[in-house]
Design a protein around this ligand. Structure first.
Ligand code: NAI
Length: 480
């Protein structure tokens, strides 16, 4: 029986391995992690991450051919194929701080593999890593090999949170990069055989190692660039009276462009886009390509601009001060159908409003109070470390409370801000909300989910990104 071990039981390791176990009954899959609480959660009824369809997959295989364990060394030493899906945070200190990937966790995983292995292994990079990481990992493994042979493969993950299970069941493509030697090709074939249990052959792409590593960074940069492009247009729409949804629809009808990823919003978030672009920028700089680096840097700058613009709209509309005012925040996750808050634009928007001394009442159907408090008191980039190694803030942010539902959050509030496109926000009883709010009652829709005309009829002053401005907001500065 082929044995697979995955180091890192996170948003990627957990779902990908659960699906491999489901689709390959003849393979035994162990997912291991240094975080005891994460592993206990994977073994409980309350999985550590929320992902539609994940519970069913895990329940089907757990204890049969899918195991979650903290006994890392045992499972690594027994495995034929080892996936490494650990954190790759942005460095906060030293060379490349603020841009380069911190490979501490990766390196320690590689050294541990070298320490405990007693048979030949295929080591698969599942984490997103800088180009040429495989070469570094190969060096660590071969210099400590004790005669054991390793093949390194790059198999970046393209799943999107919120649709991870669907994406894993029917991936657009599976990408496998490896050495162009006979041994490298044999390793590629072994991993191909795993995916071939359910992925059609023409969707499994094989490349050299460096192309696979770079393709993941490039794909995320292209996706984020589309969001920044439509968000840049949204600012121009507001200035000219055009409607960004109409523009995006018209643009997206061009078959060369396509309709996806053209929704204007308060900005992109998630653990990957910013981190991967910063990483790309750093690689370009290291390779003497400052023009290319600056091109990609702009994607992040526009994203920051969009978040600032949103905060400034709120403050300037509300008589230039939100000090002491209750503001309801609806949605905190970085997108709907996930509880993930890593790099969510809600953090920057909330911090911006707290900087102007607002009182925040936050409601998100999937994010806990503890998580919100952690996020609002953590330093930039600190989130991307194993949970037990994250610096803890000693005090909660006092001006922040967390509500059970949207009605409680908005009661007596001066304004409500929609920061995640949860479906339930489309069908709220906005009349009831309006009746219980301070007047004038403002809505700032950062995700274009509400029916603007409908809300204006009820008496709300409504701002919706990239839409023709409410007369109230005209001539008020959106950019500081
Ligand atoms: P995560 O933070 O949810 O999970 C990483 C896990 O690795 C943590 O549970 C941590 O405790 C564990 N870990 C760290 N060092 C370890 C070690 N030495 N031994 C054992 N366990 C260790 O991160 P996530 O989101 O799963 O991401 C993992 C990688 O995949 C990152 O490189 C990320 O950029 C990439 N990625 C993430 C995607 C996403 O949607 N979240 C999509 C595609 C790639």
């Amino acid at each position: 029986m082929v044995k697979i071990c995955c180091i890192g039981a996170g948003y990627v390791g957990g779902p990908t391995m659960a699906v491999i176990a489901l689709k390959c009954a003849s393979i035994e899959v162990a997912v291991v992690d240094i975080s005891v609480s994460r592993i206990s959660a994977w073994n409980s009824d309350q999985l550590p991450i929320y992902e539609p369809g994940l519970d069913e997959v895990v329940k089907e295989c757990r204890g049969k051919n899918l195991f979650f364990s903290t006994d890392i060394e045992k499972h690594v030493s027994e495995a034929d194929i080892i996936f490494v899906s650990v954190n790759t945070p942005t460095k906060t200190r030293g060379l490349g701080a603020g841009k380069a990937a911190d490979l501490t966790y990766w390196e320690s995983a590689a050294r541990m593999i070298a320490d405990v292995s007693k048979s030949n292994k295929i080591v698969v990079e599942k984490s997103t890593v800088p180009v040429k990481t495989a070469e570094a990992i190969e060096k660590i493994l071969t210099h400590n090999s004790k005669g054991i042979k390793y093949q390194i493969l790059s198999n970046p993950e393209f799943l999107a949170e919120g649709t991870a299970i669907q994406d894993l069941f029917k991936p657009d493509r599976v990408l496998i990069g490896g050495r162009e030697t006979p041994e490298g090709q044999k390793a590629i074939q072994a991993l191909k055989d795993v995916y071939a249990h359910w992925v059609p052959e023409d969707r499994i792409i094989t490349t050299n190692l460096w192309s696979a590593e770079l393709s993941k960074l490039a794909a995320n940069a292209f996706l984020a660039q589309r969001i920044s492009s439509v968000n840049a247009m949204s600012a121009l729409c507001e200035a000219t009276g055009a409607d960004v949804s109409q523009v995006a629809h018209a643009v997206g009808k061009d078959s060369r462009i396509g309709p996806k990823f053209l929704n204007a919003s308060v900005g992109f978030g998630g653990s990957c886009f910013q981190k991967d672009i910063l990483n790309l920028v750093y690689i370009c700089e290291c390779n003497g390509l400052p023009e290319v680096a600056n091109y990609w840097k702009q994607v992040i700058k526009v994203n920051d601009y969009q978040k600032n613009r949103f905060v400034n709209r709120i403050v300037s509309s509300m008589f230039n001060t939100v000090s002491g005012k209750k503001i309801a925040i609806l949605g905190f996750a970085f997108k709907k159908d996930t509880g993930d808050t890593r790099e969510t634009p809600a953090i920057d928007v909330c911090k911006g409003l707290l900087g102007d001394k607002a009182r925040l009442s936050i409601y998100d159907p999937q994010v806990t109070e503890d998580q919100i408090q952690r996020d609002l008191s953590m330093n930039k980039f600190d989130w991307d470390h194993p949970i037990h190694l994250q610096p803890m803030s000693p005090t909660a942010v006092k001006q922040v409370s967390v509500a059970w539902d949207a009605y409680e959050a908005t009661k007596d509030a001066h304004c409500l801000c929609i920061l995640t496109e949860w479906d339930e926000f489309k069908t709220l009883d906005y009349q009831r909300i309006f009746d219980n709010m301070q007047k004038p009652a403002f809505v700032f829709d950062g995700r274009n989910v509400v029916n603007v005309d409908n809300l204006r009829e009820k008496g709300f002053i409504v701002y919706s990104i990239g839409k023709p401005l409410d007369p109230w907001l005209k001539d008020m500065p959106a950019v500081a």
